[in-house]
Each structure stands twice: as structure tokens, then as C-alpha cells.
Design a protein around this ligand. Sequence first.
Ligand SMILES: Cc1ncc(COP(=O)(O)O)c(C=O)c1O
Ligand SMILES: N[C@@H](CCCC[NH3+])C(=O)O
Length: 470
Amino acid sequence: MQTISGRSLAGRSSHVARVSQRARKACVVRAAAAVEEKAVGTAWQFTQPAGKGLGWYTGAEDGYLYVDQLRVEDIRKQVPESPFYLYSKNRIMHNYQAYKGALEGLNSLPCYAVKANNNLIIMKELAAAGSGAVLVSGNELKMAMAAGFDPSRTIFNGNGKLPWELELAAEKGVLINIDSEFDLENIAAAARKTGKKVKVLLRINPDVDPQVHPYVSTGLAGSKFGIRNSHIQWFLDAIRAEPLLELVGVHSHLGSTITKVNIFRDAAVIMCDFIKMIRAEGFQLQYLNIGGGLGIDYSHQGQVLPTPTDLIDTVRDIVKELGLTLVIEPGRSMVATSCALVNTVTGVKTNGNKHFIVIDGSMATLIRPSLYGAYQHIELTKPSNAPQEVFDVVGPICESGDYLGKDRQLPTPEKGDGLVVHDAGAYCMSMASNYNLKMRPAEYLVEEGRLRKVRHEETLEHHMAVFEGL
Ligand SMILES: Cc1ncc(COP(=O)(O)O)c(C=O)c1O
Ligand SMILES: N[C@@H](CCCC[NH3+])C(=O)O
């Protein structure tokens, strides 16, 4: 973590180091206790890996919830914090390999969208597997460098990039997407200031409707992202006039949770026209960047959704015909299904004709249901014959909009039971907040049958540190 500690972080990092040391010690003690209790295995090694699956599933024989080889109930006994995020490394790697396989036969650059999940350990795993990264802030860029992503396989994107962020990107040699007239001016200024030649892509709005929630639709003509298409000649002239800028490609990102690949095809056809027009102006374009956006089956109803192969195959001929390198920027489809938020039931209550399960997780831990009305599947971690009711699953936050699920048919749980919110690997922890002074939770990763802590729970000490010395 040294690499990301700037001057302003220096004081804080020693404080964090102290806290982490304590937390590490606590882990070792707990792990040792677990080993003693079960008398087999090393620290974090579970003694009875009963399941064999990949990612999350219900044990066919015992009805318990599993992640990879481990029973979530067993994990809960080992983990002192609640709620906590729990990941399957297998599942993340499997998703990444699905993209790698889909891209075979093409020149390609798969870039993981760090905004979906910025856990440093997960980022390191993806960097080590060869993924590039797409970033939207200077801090994401610093984290990506700390995680070991290759800067030349990294893209900096965004509609409000700041001068210091652009200078850092120029210095590191990452590709930069141009989003507007002022963004182009700022990128050129960063290139001049650092004396570095910068490779740039033009972010174009193909104006194709991704048919998703308006908050996650990004490629329509009236979107805040991307350049004004009718102004393209101005951009080409401005780039030509700036010797330190090299135009190498075009970018589009239509939106997120997209469930039909013909939408990507429609956009790629439009981008193809732009590429031909820009090439005719004498630019040597190499990259077609179709962004991210592939959806996943949040419903858990066996919905058949397009795979990475379906996505890539829908644009394969265009990429080949134009001799391009295909850039993709998947976030959600890489990490969402790998994770669940594991909560503890605080109690069950009824008001009027409404039944509620109150859990310790909340909109502060996982905001997607409250923010977008998003559905994320919910289940208990162990089988139960208790009477079923239709419940709203709610958190302890002082907002009526604080819910994780509405109208969910579930067995009535006991206080202390485990309840998970599925598909929580993308835009959940990365969007968590400290609202009501709830601290962002710990994260754990299942890796080859072992449980590994990959993030400490934030503490009030961390939070108070930002007020130190005022
Ligand atoms: C420019 C850009 N690229 C990639 C992504 C990742 O999208 P997704 O997580 O839907 O794959 C996003 C987020 O929507 C984005 O804005
Ligand atoms: N935060 C959104 C996705 C945003 C994608 C970024 N442009 C979600 O949770 O679904």
C-alpha cells in the first residue's frame, strides 16, 4: 500500500497500519482457535469442504448454502464481523477466462472496470491474470498501479477528469478517452506539462438505447458522457494541431445491465462509420472500444442471458474487417456473481399487514435496491422448515427506503440466522457509505478451499482520523 500513500495520507497510513496490525493479530488468534476446535487443517483451512461447485449454490444433499467448497454457515462461525462481503475467487477467474476465451482469434484488450469493485486483492488477481483496467479517477489509477495493472493496457475515462488526474495518466502512459472540448484541452495541457506523448480515444455517443434503468444508460445523444458527434471535425482538427496527442481509437459505452447483444452490434455498426470517416482524415485508428455493460441474471429464475462469447461474436466480423483491436470494459459481468453480502438477522417484526426481517446490513452496505429499485436475490444460509411469510428485508438505517428486498417469500428466520444478498460483487461494496455512521464492512475471499480476509472492516477510529488535528 506504500505506493499509494501520498503526503496527505502519510499520517493516516501509520494510524491505519496500527489498526491493521491489531486486526491481523485478532485474525491469527481466531484462526488458531478454529484449528484447535476442529483439530485438523491449517489456519483458514476448513476441515470439511463438502461442496465442489463453482461460486454460489445450494448443497444438493443438505440444503445449505455453499460458496465454492465451503458452507456459508461454517464461514459465518469463523468470521467475527457482520455483515461481510464474501467472494469466490474461482468465480471471478472463471468469468475473466470466459471473456478471454470469447476473444480468441481477435486482437483484443480486455479491461476490467475497476469502479465495479475496487478491492485491491481482487484487482491484483485480475492484473496478474493479464487483464487491463478501465478507470474513472486518479485514485482508481493509483490503486490500479498498486495492483500491478500494466499502464499501457489501462484506459482513463470520464466526463470530468481533473488536471492532476490527467497529468498522472499522461505520466504513466495510460490511454485516455476524450469526453468533451474542455477535456481535450485539459488532456493536451497535461501532455505538454509532462512532456509525454498521450494516446487518446474519442468517446462517441452512438445514440443507441440500451433499454436499461435511466441512471445506468450512458450512450444516448442527450447523455452527459462523450463528445458532441456533430462537432467531430473540431476534435479531429484540435488533435491534429497538438503534436503530443495521438488519436488511436474510438470508444462508446452504452450503459449497464444490458441483456441483448444486438444493442452492441447496432452501436458497433455506427462506430464503424465513424472509424471509416476518421481514417479518411488520415488518422491511423487501432482500437474499437465497445465499453462494458453486459448484464447478469439477478433474478435467479434461470433467465438465459447472452454470454461473453455471444457479445464478442456479435462484433467479431466488424473488428476483423477493419483490422482493429477490440477493447472491452466489463465490470459487472466479471465480478457481480462471485459475491454475496452475508448478513445476520437482528429480528423479525410485523406492522399492520407487513412482515419485516431486520438485518444488520443496510442501504449503507449495499445501496442498489434503494437507489435503482434493483432486485438482488435473497436467501437464508441454512435450510429451514419454519413457516414461510412474505417479508420486506430491511436494514437499521433511518430511512424508509432502506431495504435490501421487498415482498420476498422466505421461511421465518430466528434472531442470529444468516441471510445473504446475492450478486453483490459489483457496485455494492464500491458504492457503500458511512451513512448513520455504519462502517464499511470486511471482505473475505474463498480461494482454493480456504477463507482469506481481503479487507478489514472500517472502524470508527478510521473515520475519526479524518478529523484529527483540526
Ligand atoms: C465507460 C464505462 N466502461 C465500463 C463500465 C462497466 O460497465 P459494466 O459494469 O456494466 O460492465 C462502465 C459502467 O457502466 C462505464 O461507464
Ligand atoms: N452503479 C450501477 C452501475 C453503474 C455503472 C457505471 N457507469 C449499478 O449498480 O448497477
